[in-house]
Design a protein around this ligand. Structure first.
Ligand SMILES: Nc1ncnc2c1ncn2[C@@H]1O[C@H](COP(=O)(O)OP(=O)(O)O)[C@@H](O)[C@H]1O
Ligand SMILES: [Mg+2]
Length: 490
């Protein structure tokens, strides 16, 4: 049996990561590790049922529409035995708690958004009136999770209140074979049989249905949670538009909760709806902060053994919140860190005489150096390398594009980006290139797949979009103070 390695090789930690000023207060922990006392805390057994039998393999991702496939974290995962990395069941339980398809039993940090939508839906059900909600925010901010919970909370509430329970349809729009299929899904959820396959007639059928006074027993409300609604955007946005407009018919019983990842969709889409007197409740999800990511990780892990050094979790949260605030990324990095620890424990240890010697607690939990390696594995990609090797002015262009696209638009023109680039140069007191040189540099970035440049007779009118993640640009350039300052300024 191989001896278990006790490896604290801080040289393996990505140097750039350790230079990261964001990590200043945890950097010192890499070498002088100090295991938090909570690691030794004894935990109580909450329930005797073993959830370990659940298999993490082959689980569909959280984005799949079939909610039944997603598992819910149970209260029964805690085990009395001490944390043992060699126990596959214990390992599996922890990884499962961090799996994206595991529904946490409590959704922390989204109480306000959840409550807003729930109260809105309750009022619709109570007053038997239609209504719509427009939820938007960056990926991984808990929109799908909290909105599907709203559906369940609404059902519980109507049951308790003795009201007629609404039908709830949770549909992920990416699963539709064509955008107009959403109408046939709603018809099926209403349990109406129809022979028509034409999308226009299906829409008309719903419009007619919501224009007529329903028979008393058929007055059930219908809640549709349309996730990944961005997928319904066609050139004329007709389907998306028709869908929202279904809530405006005189006898409509339709409550729509539309969830979009593109935050600029609202600017393009809502004014048109409002002109037609359809005014959805708009709920915006902000990216998670470091504190929120830590809180969520703690909540998800609270029924598992203490597997992470607190500083390791903090490092992950700090890095993820500084790049995208995407909880999916935080969960994935934590799982990678566990894999790194597992692999390390399987390595033979040269200076160990006794392979059966029990492991010390600090050697069997994810430390800050494991997390640093997981982070650099995740953020270091060929894109990052490419960005780091670019000439400085091309890096300034990317940096300007990141700032320009932050939060609102998806594309711009060469002329507009040139203005943004000139502003960055001016504020940093570096001489800007002229428009011709700038345009050539955009061409180079286009060839490298970092920007996408459209065609136009006029150079300044060429449309342009960013083809890399903001997180990759931020990560690649964070070692340079100039870019750090530039990216931090709004
Ligand atoms: N507040 C939270 N508490 C627990 N887990 C969360 C929370 N927010 C997000 N997650 C997890 O992060 C992942 C992404 O969340 P999701 O709701 O799919 O994000 P979005 O729909 O905004 O892209 C899921 O695995 C989800 O369980
Ligand atoms: Mg989602």
């Amino acid at each position: 049996m191989p001896a278990i390695a006790k490896q604290r090789d801080s040289s393996l930690v990505d140097n750039r990561l350790l230079k990261d000023p964001l990590l200043a207060d945890v950097r010192s922990e890499v070498t002088g590790m100090n295991v938090h006392s909570s690691c030794h805390r004894k935990r109580k057994l909450r329930s005797s049922g073993a959830a370990d039998s659940k298999d993490t393999e082959g689980v569909e991702s959280a984005r799949t529409p079939k909610r039944s496939a997603a598992r819910e974290s149970s209260d029964s995962t805690m085990d009395v035995s001490p944390w043992n990395t060699r126990d596959p069941n214990q390992m599996r339980t922890v990884k499962e708690a961090l799996h994206v398809s595991t529904m946490p039993s409590v959704v922390v940090c989204r109480e306000e958004e959840q409550m807003k939508v729930l109260e809105f839906c309750k009022e619709c059900v109570e007053k038997e009136k239609a209504g719509c909600v427009y939820v938007s925010g960056c990926p991984g901010t808990g929109k799908s999770l909290s909105m599907s919970r709203v559906g369940r909370l609404l059902l519980d509430w109507t049951k308790e209140a003795g009201l007629l329970q609404p039908d709830v349809l949770d549909v992920n729009c990416t699963s539709l074979s064509r955008t107009s299929e959403i109408f046939s899904k709603i018809i099926s959820a209403h349990q109406i049989s129809t022979k028509t396959n034409s999308p226009t007639s299906q829409l008309q059928l719903l419009q007619t249905l919501y224009s007529q006074k329903p028979k008393p027993l058929k007055a059930k409300m219908m809640l549709v949670i349309a996730d990944e609604m961005d997928y319904l955007i066609t050139k004329d946005r007709a389907v998306l538009h028709d869908l929202f407009m279904l809530t405006t018919f005189p006898f409509s019983r339709f409550i729509l909760v539309g969830i979009a990842n593109a935050i600029d969709l609202a600017d393009r889409f809502l004014p048109r709806l409002q002109m037609l007197n359809c005014k959805p409740l708009v709920v915006t999800y902000c990216s998670y902060s470091m504190e929120q990511i830590i809180k969520i990780l703690h909540e998800r892990l609270k029924r598992s053994h203490v597997v992470f050094q607190p500083q390791a979790l903090e490092l992950c949260a700090r890095k993820v919140s500084a790049s995208s605030g995407d909880m999916r990324k935080a969960l994935s990095i934590c799982r990678i860190a566990i894999d790194i620890l597992e692999a390390e424990l399987l390595e033979p240890q040269e200076d160990s005489n006794s392979p059966t010697e029990p492991l010390k607690m600090q050697d069997t939990i994810v430390r800050i150096d494991h997390m640093a390696r997981a982070l650099s594995r995740t953020f270091k990609s060929s894109v990052v390398d490419t960005i780091q090797l670019l000439p400085q002015h091309q890096q300034v262009i990317l940096c300007s594009a990141v700032k320009l696209f932050r939060g609102r638009k998806k594309d711009t023109t060469v002329g507009e980006l040139y203005e943004a680039y000139r502003d960055v140069c001016k504020s940093s007191m570096i001489p800007a290139s002229n428009i011709m040189e700038f345009s050539n540099m955009c061409g180079v970035l286009n060839d490298q797949g970092l920007l996408k440049l459209g065609q136009s007779r006029q150079e300044k009118q060429r449309r342009l979009s960013l083809k890399v993640d903001e997180a990759d640009v931020t990560f690649a350039l964070q070692g340079v103070r100039f870019f750090q300052n530039c990216l931090q300024q709004s």
